[in-house]
Write a protein that binds this ligand. Structure first.
Ligand SMILES: [Ca+2]
Ligand SMILES: [Ca+2]
Length: 403
């Protein structure tokens, strides 16, 4: 007879029948005066516990626990907040649950400390409950697996960038059930433009760690802010080639570095007519911004001179030669080789408009409808022959080629 396998316990400690039957104590002691069925009953319970509840958990995610039946020690009083359970085990009068995070919860009879879960118990993969004791299986801790990926980040206002462990992490993990990892970087920056190597370290709850390296590429993809460009300007031609125009370079800012140029450049000779100047700000990474403005080069002139009234009130006899004259003035005054063409149209303008006709000179035009320059008077002159025209109102147009 074994009398020391299971020490005698107060009956209330492990779930005697409600009638107050000492139950298990006497059963193990095999006291002859007690019925034998309790011993058989608990022997079966122990077998069931070994067969059914000591197995490692089979589910990847946990559930809840439901209990019923004999409850003298609260062994079926499932804790209200118990969830995420992946395995359970039942002793005589206590219960255990294994959670997916690798921790263990116990309740019910605690007369032998069987539900005093060690405070630092974690990383448990399986549990078992005996009559008055509990077991937990902890496999040897394995180091995390660190996985890195290279990243490209945009530089900020200070032409630098920082990175977080999450940006570099490419699915680092820990192979142990219930274990968790903490990710850290040897440096998070700030990094200037270019390539930088960082080391990502994954550390598990047991302090085991592994590392990997990644390349952080910092780029500047923010274009400069340019402008405003100078206002449009009009300059007077000083030769048939046009005029020199100068203007201020538009200002620009950038998060890194910037240079600005204008094309054509200030100080260039601009041709007659309108030229659009493109201002371009370019940063060190090739991002750019543009603005534009116009430089208009025109001749300074007198307007139409007598005998034609500039207000359009002149009347000439049909068939005569009408002298059309003008003079270049101001900065254009010295220009003797301007190309000026005369054309006319009869008014009022009908729909479709009357055709615009090249004027015909009766004498001394350089060629076709071009004015000639009279060096003596410093005037441009065109002898407009009106023979062949019909009476009416005519509009003359002098084209100096400057828009
Ligand atoms: Ca681990
Ligand atoms: Ca930039």
């Amino acid at each position: 007879m074994k009398t020391n396998v299971i020490p005698a316990q107060p009956a209330s400690a492990f779930g005697a029948p409600p009638s107050g039957d000492p139950g298990l104590v006497n059963a193990e002691l095999r006291t002859a005066s007690r019925p034998r069925y309790p011993a058989l009953k608990f022997a079966l319970l122990s077998l069931l516990a070994a067969l059914c509840f000591a197995a490692p958990r089979a589910h990847a995610s946990g559930g809840t626990v439901i209990g019923w039946g004999y409850n003298r020690s609260g062994q079926v009083n499932i804790p209200a907040d118990l969830s995420d359970v992946t395995a359970i085990a039942a002793g005589y009068s206590h219960s255990l649950a294994l959670k997916s995070d690798g921790t263990v919860v116990g309740w019910g009879d605690n007369s032998w400390g069987q539900v005093n879960i060690p405070a630092d118990l974690s990383g448990v993969t399986a549990i078992a409950a005996g009559g008055y004791h509990s077991l937990a299986l902890k496999l040897p801790n394995r180091a995390p697996v660190a996985r890195c990926k290279n990243v490209t980040v945009s530089s900020g206002a200070d032409c630098a960038a920082t990175v977080t462990p999450a940006q570099v992490n490419d699915g680092s993990s820990d192979p142990d059930t219930g274990d968790a990892i903490n990710l850290s970087l040897d440096t998070t920056g700030p990094f200037g433009l270019g390539f930088h190597t960082v080391t990502l370290t994954a550390t598990d709850l047991q302090g085991e760690s592994s590392s990997c390296t990644a390349t952080v590429t910092v780029v500047d993809d923010t274009p400069p802010v340019l402008g405003p460009c100078p206002a449009n300007q009009t300059v007077t031609a000083s030769s048939t080639a046009g005029a020199v125009a100068t203007f201020a370079t538009p200002g620009a800012t950038d998060n890194c570095s910037v240079s600005v140029n204008c094309a054509p450049a200030s100080g260039s000779t601009f041709p007659l007519g309108t030229t659009t100047v493109i201002g371009t700000a370019t940063d060190g990474s090739g991002n750019s911004a543009q603005c534009s403005f116009n430089v208009n080069v025109v001749y300074s002139w007198s307007g139409v001179l007598q005998p034609i009234n500039a207000d359009g009130s002149s009347v000439f006899k049909l068939g005569t030669t009408v002298q059309v004259k003008f003079q270049l003035t101001g900065a254009s005054a010295g220009i003797a080789n301007a190309v000026a063409k005369l054309s006319y149209t009869k008014l009022p303008i009908s729909i479709p408009p009357s055709p615009v006709n090249e004027a015909t000179s009766t004498a001394a035009a350089t060629s076709g409808n071009l004015f000639r320059y009279d060096a003596k008077t410093k005037q441009y002159v065109f002898n407009w022959g009106t023979k062949g025209l019909t009476a009416g109102l005519y509009q003359l147009k002098i084209d100096l080629g400057d828009g």
